[in-house]
Design a protein around this ligand. Structure first.
Ligand code: ADP
Ligand code: MG
Length: 611
């Protein structure tokens, strides 16, 4: 039998190895930015085209490379950062495996121009799929400029595997932020298809966080600092009231590297326990510095994981320092005096004439006008005025549907359920400020007010989106809202939908929008928070549910605007919810699939007395 083992050709081996390091355009961005940081650059510019598919370019003013180094840089395991095995345990630079450039060169077309400060002429090199195409002297600024063109041009499988431009670009922003958040002393900029997305001046850490995340972070951050022989900690944590339902802004860095570590994440979370609801996540930007000898960062090629030698010690240091910061903050006045850096609040641009607030809601409308109208709960005017007739036509069949489904053994004759369609508001009670309880013929009906109201709003919002009919609006004095670039991207994407839902939002460019009206059904006063929560929800749904844009948006807004558990309701308010719920298309489930209604049947009640 002949020998069957063959060595893979070098080019194939390189492509396979490249897959480990470069999964998507964002991975190449990360490697290039880190190389520029390692090269001591004070200014780093990133240019992206087509979400990195056609171009990823980084220009820096770092140390540059000699002709020989520039050639060597593309060899596998070529690195200037370690000389001997021992160095591995003292490594402070971001790169050290010498794999990134070789990997990228295997799967793209690369042009590099580099010049050391002491040299007069620089070097130009072009490589395509690991093959050197050209090398010549060139005049260029001191530092390095690397352009990666047509990533994965020779690996169609990888290219096809890439997600939509929006998704890939979001990953790029995320990597950019992770580097920019660690080096506020370096100026960074990001240009997307020739448009500037970030232009970040060198500054202090707090200002860098605000510049990246949005002005609304200004009053949300609490400083944290801890000096300890095992670990030093600096950074900022979010005030408890700004904890979020999604795990968006949680950044943990170890020795200047972004790291995921569930155990340390838990340490931070547990310090917030009792200060925030269980399903909320605190915002944090925590920078841990430990002796490199006590960590092992080399366990994964993309290096976002880390093992600490003294895991539990670090856990308790972290937890106690977060607790300390939170405690200190709660004793301090809430005014933020830390403005020495001159925080920029985006003003209205010159020439922008704010619209006069104009009231579009019907001031006469009172949903409870036939009744006493003492309630504090406002069910705003439904868009569809015919809802009452809808209700009258529909409830019978729907109510009997529900009754039949849940109480088959008791009820078989659907015409008998008439009585149920008009429960008397006098018999309604609210349980635990959350459930509406109504006696019905088959037993007891329980309605979850939050889920039910979400269903009602969701239907309304979806209808507005599909008919393009603007709902009722609350106008207000125009207010500028500044989003993080990732969120600004989403706002841009769903702007027409937001506007047909009752918002009036216009883009001012550079991630800033001006809002001059919000939906009439909304009870929120804080526009920033309302929009942010809607977008957070929207993002979460994008990942979890993959629903289409309108459904996702209606769901996110309904969730945000619905009356929450804990809200005390009067009997007319409860009646109104029941009426509107049964006018809905699917009264028995909320938009996210939770039940809105449960019935405890007489059978079940009878049983309880005979057990
Ligand atoms: P690593 O960063 O792990 O050393 P890379 O493949 O990323 O490996 O880079 C190889 C080498 O090329 C680096 O060690 C460094 O000497 C050089 N290099 C890469 N990018 C730059 C840059 N922007 N400026 C100066 N030197 C660079
Ligand atoms: Mg590197």
């Amino acid at each position: 039998m002949p020998d069957i083992i063959k060595l893979l050709p070098e080019s194939v081996a390189n492509q396979i190895a490249a897959g480990e390091v470069i999964q998507r355009p964002a991975s190449a961005v990360k490697e290039l930015l880190e190389n520029s940081v390692d090269a001591g650059a004070a200014d780093i510019k990133l240019f992206i085209k087509d979400s990195g598919r056609s171009l990823i370019q980084v220009n820096d003013n770092g140390c540059g490379m000699s002709l020989t180094d520039a050639r060597l840089a593309f060899e596998r395991h070529a690195t200037s950062k370690i000389r001997e095995a021992n160095d591995l345990f003292a490594i402070r630079t971001l790169g050290f495996r010498g794999e990134a450039l070789a990997s990228i060169a295997a799967i793209a077309q690369i042009q590099i121009k580099t010049r050391r400060h002491e040299d007069e002429l620089g070097t130009l090199i072009e490589i395509e799929g690991s093959d050197f195409k050209q090398q010549s002297p060139c005049s260029c600024p001191a530092g390095t400029s690397i352009a990666i063109k047509n990533l994965f041009f020779n690996v169609p499988a990888r290219r096809n595997f890439l997600k939509s431009n929006t998704v890939e670009f979001r990953h790029i922003i995320e990597e950019f932020q992770r580097v920019a958040l660690v080096y506020p002393e370096i100026s960074f900029s990001l240009y997307n298809d020739d448009r500037p997305m970030f232009v970040l001046q060198a500054t202090n850490l707090k200002q860098r966080i605000i510049n990246l995340m949005g002005n609304h972070f200004l009053n949300r951050l609490i400083p944290i600092e801890e000096k300890n022989p095992e670990a030093n900690i600096i950074g900022f944590i979010g005030k408890p009231e700004f904890a979020k339902k999604t795990r968006g802004e949680q950044y943990f860095f170890v020795n200047k590297r972004f790291i995921r570590n569930a155990y340390m994440h838990h340490a931070v979370g547990s310090a917030y326990k009792e200060l925030i609801p269980d399903d909320s996540h605190p915002v944090y930007f925590i920078y841990l510095d430990v002796n490199p000898e006590n960590i092992d960062v080399n366990i994964h090629p993309t290096k976002t994981e880390v093992n600490f030698r003294y895991n539990q010690v670090i856990y308790s240091i972290l937890k106690s320092s977060v607790k300390k910061a939170l405690g200190k903050f709660s004793l301090e006045p809430t005014l933020d005096f830390d403005k020495e850096q001159g925080i920029e609040i985006t003003p209205l641009p010159p020439g922008y004439i704010p619209k006069q607030p104009e009231i579009k809601v019907d001031p006469e409308y009172n949903p409870f006008s036939q009744q006493s109208g003492t309630s504090q709960f406002q069910v705003k005017k439904p868009v569809d005025d015919s809802w009452k007739s809808l209700f009258l036509q529909k409830t019978e069949e729907q109510a009997s549907y529900i009754l039949q489904r849940d109480t088959k053994e008791v009820y078989t004759d659907s015409t008998e359920s008439n009585e149920f369609t008009t429960p008397d508001s006098n018999f309604l009670i609210q349980l635990n400020a959350r459930y509406i309880v109504a006696p019905v013929k088959s037993g007891l009906m329980l309605i979850d007010q939050y889920q039910a109201h979400q269903r009602i709003l969701y239907d309304k919002l979806l209808e507005r989106l599909s008919t393009n009919k603007t709902g009722s609006q609350k106008s207000m004095f125009p207010q500028t809202v500044h989003f993080s670039p990732a969120n600004a991207d989403i706002v841009k994407e769903i702007l027409p939908q937001l506007n047909s839902l009752g918002f009036e939002i216009e883009s001012l460019g550079m991630n800033t929008y001006v809002v001059s009206a919000i939906p009439g059904d909304s009870e929120n006063e804080d526009i920033n928070e309302l929009l942010e929560k809607i977008i957070d929800n929207y993002k979460k749904n994008l990942i979890d549910l993959k629903s289409d844009r309108n459904t996702n948006l209606a769901r996110s807004m309904a969730r945000q605007m619905a009356i929450k558990p804990g809200k005390i309701l009067g009997s007319e308010e409860m009646m109104e919810i029941i009426n509107q719920l049964f006018a809905s298309k699917a009264p028995e489930i909320s938009p996210d699939g939770s039940p809105t209604i449960r019935i405890i049947t007489l059978n079940e009640i009878n049983k309880k007395f005979r057990e």
